[in-house]
Design a binder for this molecule. Structure first.
Ligand code: OSB
Ligand code: MG
Length: 370
């Protein structure tokens, strides 16, 4: 039984160690929304809204998620009695979209529930692989030398696969030079929707580089053109932006829009939805991996827990705290082993201590809904 009594919403601003550039722009500082849920017994759980600062990756952004949680979703959830955290999604169901806002509350409820029964969240979710494989996502750089430097650093740290962001000014020649310099490392490119079907010939030429996958080459809301492109190229397409629900995953697989799916907790609306996608893909033999949204330690801890589910067979964009933050908001910081893995923690819930004092210091606004 779960009954949320109060929800605390906190915005913190946190500068990134290095700027992060995708085909839709550069980020220097994150505006992160944290959600703390408290139940009748005083137990708490933490979640994070993983949206960006602008509606570029998807429609949601910091201020839209703030309003959605504060004005609509928190009042919907507070005081409702449900069997378990797995049903929180249903309580918010009649609200369309706003999945990242929903996930911030939903994931916090899972943390709370796991803490109450004193089990690590990853076990509570049904995870099987305590040691998860990690890759890194490297943004578009100002020069190829900078990119080489970044890749070398991450390979030296033990990361198992390298993802580089690609865009029309930063694709074929960049990948060619990376292949020449680093040989047959596990390499992939994420376009964040920077291309159209006019670029089919370019993708065919890039087949020669033997990438693990092209992530979301075409429009953020498309599946049909992705299916067309996949028929023309050998390199597997991985969908990110286009898959927002278990239903989307089913349809994407049915029409052959891709051969791999990147699962992001925020994009799909939380752990219950992510678990459904994992089941659909596992049954269809479609490999999945955990995507990232430049999360603080709280979102990162949820990603680690999700990545322990059996279907997550490819290295995710789940990496060490220090790649993003001078000091994280959890303790200990997320660390990666020399083998490029993260070991999911054995303590209850997300398994990391939330640094409440640091959060209060970083907070730029707060709201308590009860
Ligand atoms: O497309 O996977 C993406 C970051 C922000 C928005 C979209 C994406 C990303 C990343 C970064 O690739 C992954 C990470 O290191 O958190
Ligand atoms: Mg992506």
């Amino acid at each position: 039984m779960l009954k949320i009594k109060q929800i605390e919403l906190i915005e913190i601003n946190l500068p990134l160690v290095h700027f992060f550039e995708t085909s839709f722009g550069r980020t220097y500082e994150r505006r992160i929304l944290l959600v703390r849920v408290i139940d009748e017994t005083g137990a708490e759980g933490w979640g994070e809204a993983t949206c960006g600062e602008t509606p570029s990756y998807c429609e949601e952004w910091t201020d839209s998620a703030w309003a959605a949680v504060e004005k609509i979703l928190a009042p919907m959830v507070i005081g409702k009695e449900v069997e378990s955290a797995g049903q929180i999604w249903d309580v918010m169901k009649r609200v369309r979209g706003n999945r990242m806002a929903k996930a911030s509350i939903e994931t916090a409820c899972w943390d709370l529930e796991a803490k109450k029964i004193n089990v690590p969240l990853w076990k509570h979710l049904g995870g099987e692989n305590r040691e998860i494989a990690c890759g890194v996502s490297i943004g578009i750089q100002d020069s190829i030398e900078q990119l080489f430097g970044k890749i070398q650093t991450e390979l030296d740290a033990g990361y198992r696969r390298i993802k580089i962001k690609i865009a029309p000014h930063w694709d074929y020649d960049v990948i060619r030079q990376v292949r020449e310099k680093f040989g047959d490392i596990l390499l992939m490119g994420d376009a964040n929707s920077a291309y159209t079907l006019d670029d089919v010939e370019l993708f065919k030429r890039m087949d020669a580089f033997g990438l693990m996958m092209f992530e979301q080459p075409l429009a953020h809301d498309d599946m049909l053109d992705h299916a067309r492109l996949q028929k023309e190229i050998k390199t597997p397409i991985c969908l990110d932006e286009s898959v927002r629900s278990p239903e989307d995953a089913r349809k994407a697989l049915e029409i052959g829009a891709g051969k791999i799916i990147n699962v992001k907790l925020g994009r799909v609306g939380g752990h219950a939805q992510a678990k459904q996608i994992e089941e659909i893909c596992r049954a269809a033999n479609i490999p999945i991996w955990c995507g990232g949204m430049l999360e603080s330690g709280i979102g990162r801890a949820h990603n680690i827990a999700m990545s322990t589910l059996a279907g997550f067979t490819l290295p995710g964009d789940v990496s060490a705290s220090k790649r993003y933050w001078h000091e994280d908001i959890i303790e200990p910081a997320v660390e990666v082993t020399r083998n490029g893995t993260i070991i999911a923690p054995e303590s209850a819930g997300i398994g990391f201590e939330v640094k409440r004092e640091r959060i209060d210091k970083l907070a730029v606004r707060k709201s308590e809904i009860s």
